[in-house]
Design a binder for this molecule. Structure first.
Ligand SMILES: NC(=O)C1=CN([C@@H]2O[C@H](COP(=O)(O)OP(=O)(O)OC[C@H]3O[C@@H](n4cnc5c(N)ncnc54)[C@H](OP(=O)(O)O)[C@@H]3O)[C@@H](O)[C@H]2O)[C@@H](O)CC1
Ligand SMILES: Nc1ncnc2c1ncn2[C@@H]1O[C@H](COP(=O)(O)OP(=O)(O)O)[C@@H](O)[C@H]1O
Ligand SMILES: [K+]
Length: 511
């Protein structure tokens, strides 16, 4: 699913009117009906029958007026409060006239009390995608009153004061919504941690916006949802054998961190790899062999950390990083791996597929000259702190996305910035946000599981580098969701994600 800018969203609106031969008032009515239907499902309880709708001067306010009429018709006790303005949009005026006289209407001021219903809901229809500057004056004062009232707020389209696709100045007034209900496509702002307190839980409703305009419009931002991923995993041919699904090598573990190697190996095996060999420090031999009998194991000359690179000929993909530690010997191993990955060899394509995670990323950050050796389409999976070590600090989440995009393009690799909406940057400058996963996965070892699954799918000959990376991220989150349904979020541990990789992949298998 695409994510469009605020400007493109306005064009989409116009394209829909032209294509479908409807008026903007009709589209507003469709929007208000979709919102109202959602609202009735969400707040049917008697406790929410009191509703205050705050309306701005544009079409977001127009949506609010139409919603007020529809909720009044559904027997909610609705009040409307209008933000004073020099002019209102034509569709606003149309819906103002259609508002039944029985709905009380007041005018908002900078000093008056907002009078938010204690047990009810406030609908924020002050500003949406037409916000052209940070809020000031009466609008800012109203938003501050609303936030102080600690009311249950539902924002229409966007929390007022929030830009859809850019950061706003620090300390700007922005509505803190419990729910944000938007239309057509998700907004970039919903996916960034800095906006979590404003957006709350978000939902996108289908209002039949022009599919052809969406298909033709170029954007770097994509949202990987369930429809995108249907059938993403190729079927396993009847006569396949273990050679069909690749032989992967995992370089992982150090004293005290063998669990990372075990988790990554387990995920790689559950990810459907043909063969897995792990190269681990000597101290981990028994631990590893006992806990992952399906994997083969090579031990390093060093007992506590990895100091040497094994012969790479048998492998199509190599994963390095989980639990590796930051011993200086790791730098030489990483350098040799990067140099070797660029050279063609017998059993594998032109370059060896690499997955680089955790301490291997920290070593790259400390020795940035190694970045020049990254082979094309290497997959890097940093969390924000590891990413900062590679690129330096970001001013805010939007700037971090710029750094991410630049980095992936400059080094021609795939970079996954991990988080609640993990973002996969491609060498061509696309940013794909993942939709699966939950806060239960914010637990040690979840990232190691992703590395193992990523390694399995990068060893899979039928998947392109991008298809493998996107599938790994989506399936990892889905496995986490299936696990959380069993364990609850608090009780989820990384090993539970491994257990559900099979069922998650099965959902995505090509029929
Ligand atoms: N796209 C779609 O698919 C559909 C969109 N729909 C709905 O339309 C909404 C967009 O409507 P919109 O374009 O009229 O903009 P909106 O957010 O109401 O604000 C514009 C008004 O606010 C003003 N203004 C701006 N900033 C300000 C500030 N800081 N402080 C004070 N004033 C400020 C601005 O004035 P100006 O910038 O000219 O000074 C103008 O008067 C969208 O979010 C959705 O809810 C649906 O109905 C149908 C499907
Ligand atoms: N709140 C969340 N919602 C969805 N996914 C999450 C959340 N928190 C963490 N994750 C996922 O869990 C993984 C954590 O990785 P990482 O930070 O490397 O953990 P670790 O180093 O402990 O293995 C990432 O894939 C991330 O996307
Ligand atoms: K709004």
């Amino acid at each position: 699913m695409k994510i469009l800018s605020a400007a493109q969203t306005r064009q989409l609106d116009h394209a829909t009117l032209q294509e479908q031969g409807i008026t903007s008032v009709e589209l507003m009515e469709r929007t208000a009906q979709a919102f109202t239907e959602w609202f009735l499902g969400q707040f049917a309880a008697a406790a929410a029958r009191e509703v205050l709708v705050l309306c701005g001067p544009g079409n977001n306010g127009g949506d609010g007026l139409a919603v007020a009429r529809l909720l009044h018709a559904a027997h909610y006790a609705v009040r409307v409060a209008l933000l004073p303005a020099d002019k209102q949009s034509a569709d606003w005026q149309h819906n103002r006239q259609r508002l039944p006289a029985a709905v009380p209407v007041s005018t908002l001021g900078p000093h008056g009390a907002l009078d938010a219903p204690a047990e009810g809901v406030v609908i924020d229809a002050l500003f949406g995608t037409g916000l052209s500057r940070p809020l000031a004056g009466t609008a800012a004062a109203v938003v501050q009153q609303l936030n102080q009232a600690n009311a249950r707020v539902v924002a229409i389209d966007l929390p007022s004061g929030l830009f859809a696709d850019a950061t706003q100045p620090a300390n700007s007034a922005v509505v803190h919504a419990r729910h944000t209900v938007s239309f057509g496509l998700p907004k970039l702002a919903f996916l960034l941690p800095q906006n979590a307190a404003f957006v709350g839980e978000w939902k996108v409703l289908d209002i039949g916006l022009s599919p052809s305009f969406i298909a033709e419009t170029a954007t770097p931002w994509q949202y990987t949802d369930v429809a995108t991923m249907a059938g993403a995993l190729p079927a396993r041919p009847k006569f396949s054998h273990k050679g069909t699904f690749g032989h992967a090598l995992l370089l992982a573990g150090s004293r005290g961190k063998m669990g990372a190697a075990v988790l990554a190996a387990g995920a790689c095996l559950r990810g459907g790899v043909g063969l897995l060999t792990a190269h681990i420090p000597g101290c981990g031999y028994d631990i590893f062999q006992v806990s992952q009998p399906e994997a083969m194991c090579l031990t390093d000359a060093q007992a506590d950390f990895i100091s040497e690179l094994p012969e790479l000929k048998p492998y199509q993909a190599v994963g390095i990083g989980p639990g590796l530690g930051q011993a200086e010997a790791g730098v030489a191993v990483l350098r040799q791996l990067l140099e070797a990955a660029n050279k063609p060899a017998e059993k594998r394509p032109a370059s060896l597929h690499l997955v680089i995670d955790a301490d291997a990323l920290n070593l790259l950050g400390q020795h940035r000259e190694l970045l020049a050796l990254l082979p094309e389409n290497a997959v890097l999976t940093p969390h924000p702190k590891e990413f900062e070590r590679l690129t330096g600090p970001a001013r805010d989440d939007y700037h971090r996305l710029d750094l991410l995009r630049d980095f992936a393009q400059r080094h021609r690799c795939l970079v996954l910035l991990k988080g609640a909406y993990s973002c996969l940057a491609t060498p061509t400058g696309e940013l794909h946000f993942n939709s699966t996963g939950n806060a239960g996965m914010a637990t040690g070892g979840s990232g190691d599981v992703l590395t193992g699954l990523m390694l399995a799918l990068r060893a899979h000959a039928q998947l392109s580098p991008f298809a493998a990376a996107r599938l790994a991220v989506y399936a990892h989150g889905r496995a986490g969701d299936l696990a959380a349904a069993e364990t609850g979020q608090a009780g989820l541990v990384a090993g539970d994600i491994v257990r559900f990789i099979g069922p998650a992949l099965q959902e995505l298998a090509r029929g």
